[in-house]
Design a protein around this ligand. Structure first.
Ligand code: SF4
Ligand code: SF4
Length: 79
């Protein structure tokens, strides 16, 4: 497919996100600080042994408040 015909990611409008803007790593201890901080309530706890304890939903706007508050440096921005 020529590049000009490829689908454009994130073209659904300014309020729609096609992917989360941050990622939670296995460093997460489950302290919950980011859950309390997120203004969009975009973080959801998940009970999966051995994996990240949080799911970042499409409600994430990329404000990065969770990155700032995390004491374990477990959240990173997805570029
Ligand atoms: S603040 Fe960091 S360590 Fe605490 S629950 Fe969130 S990602 Fe995990
Ligand atoms: S970047 Fe902002 S909106 Fe996204 S999960 Fe973190 S605190 Fe919530």
């Amino acid at each position: 497919m020529p590049c000009a015909d490829a689908p454009v990611r994130g073209s659904g409008g300014p309020d729609r996100h096609d992917r989360a803007r941050v990622r939670v790593s296995a460093l997460c201890t489950g302290c919950g600080a980011c859950l309390r901080t997120c203004p969009e309530r975009a973080l959801r706890p998940v009970a999966v042994p051995g994996a990240s304890r949080l799911l970042v939903t499409a409600a994430c706007t990329g404000c990065l408040e969770c990155v700032e508050i995390c004491p374990a440096d477990a959240i990173t921005e997805v570029l």
